[in-house]
Ligand binder design. Structure first.
Ligand code: DAH
Length: 342
């Protein structure tokens, strides 16, 4: 009986080793382990074996069963791995799918270009709060109480109140940071202030209630208006190339004296006149001027000893010109079809 069981074990293992397809394995499994298999018959007839031999034979039956079962499992595993290797269409040498990554907003990318130009000229980049005290947004910048820019039609007021019981504002320009920065600095200073500003505007392709400005402030001994114009010309040329021209017109700002507006030649028509520049050949780019003596005094700087220039750039329109964007509202739409083009 013992040799019979050994023979079954040998035959089964050999048979499974040669079986490669799942169907044959299943057939062999039935043949060796099924209810009608020889092994099952021997197990059933164990009572016919002499009592003292039964434990030994029973143990052997179990061992043979176990060995055959593990041969079945082993062969199943190798045959299915083989099958997947030969029949799978997946090509492991294909390049992977790159995960989607974000990037900086075109306004931020453009601001960084501007910062780079000024950092190379020795400027320090500083920032200030978007929720601003009227003291900084208007008073200390020499803006009188009755100035039209304070009008509710231009400025967003919020419920928080200052010491005089006046409401705070969403800053209407980056100029208040001029005053804030001089609270912790002494001249000479060269500052650049990028930031978001807010105005109560009716929106269209060229106007938004939220937009970006970049302010500059230089205070030192013997700073003259020619330093201002030279700096602006260099900046505009570094940004847009040597062919761009600038034009300076007199203007009025309460915080500078004299004040000027600076235009650059239209890049789209080369100065000939087109719809973007309203046929004038020029694009309004920034406000500028020599810091008003009252503002210097508010900064605790002596106007007899120091002078300075300042300017405020509207970033959005310059960015639009740089990248060829024709509607300012796209910038703040959050529309990925727009953002992903940069
Ligand atoms: N703050 C002005 C505005 O938002 C722009 C400006 C004009 C800034 C003249 C300046 C300046 O620093 O000197 O319209």
């Amino acid at each position: 009986m013992k040799s019979k069981l050994e023979q079954i074990r040998k035959d089964a293992i050999k048979a499974f080793e040669q079986a490669t397809d799942p169907k044959t394995i299943e057939k062999l499994e039935k043949q060796f382990l099924g209810r009608k298999a020889e092994l099952a018959r021997i197990a059933k007839d164990i009572k016919k074996i002499a009592k003292d031999k039964r434990p030994e034979i029973g143990k052997l039956i179990n061992e043979v069963k176990r060995d055959i079962a593990s041969a079945v499992n082993k062969q199943r595993a190798t045959s299915s791995a083989g099958a997947s290797q030969t029949s799978s269409k997946f090509d492991y040498t294909l390049p992977g799918i790159a995960p989607a990554t974000g990037h900086l907003h075109p306004i931020t990318q453009f601001l960084e270009k501007i910062e780079d130009i000024f950092i190379k000229m020795g400027y320090e980049v500083v920032e200030g709060p978007e929720l601003e005290d009227q003291k900084y947004n208007f008073d200390l910048l020499n803006v009188p109480e009755d100035h039209p820019s304070r009008d509710i039609q231009d400025t967003f007021y919020v419920s928080r109140e200052d010491k005089k019981g006046r409401p705070y504002v969403l800053r209407t320009h980056t100029s208040p940071v001029q005053i804030r920065a001089l609270e912790s600095r002494k001249p000479p200073v060269r500052l650049l202030v990028p930031g978001r500003v807010f105005r109560n505007e009716r929106t269209d392709a060229g106007h938004e209630t939220t937009f970006y400005q970049c302010e500059a402030l230089v205070i030192d001994k013997n700073i003259r208006v020619t330093d201002l114009i030279g700096t602006l010309e260099l900046f505009i040329k570094r940004l847009y190339g040597d062919d761009v021209k600038i034009r300076v017109r007199p203007h009025f700002y309460p915080f500078t004296e004299p004040s000027l507006d600076v235009d650059m030649s239209c890049l789209l028509c080369g100065g000939k006149g087109c719809s973007f520049c309203k046929q004038s050949g020029w694009i309004e780019t920034l406000g500028a001027g020599m810091v008003h003596p009252n503002v210097l005094k508010n900064m605790k700087v002596d106007p007899k000893e120091y002078s300075g220039f300042a300017f405020g750039l509207g970033i959005d329109r310059l960015m639009m010109l740089y990248y060829g964007v024709d509607d300012i509202r796209l910038s703040y739409s959050g529309d990925l079809r727009f953002i992903e083009q940069f």
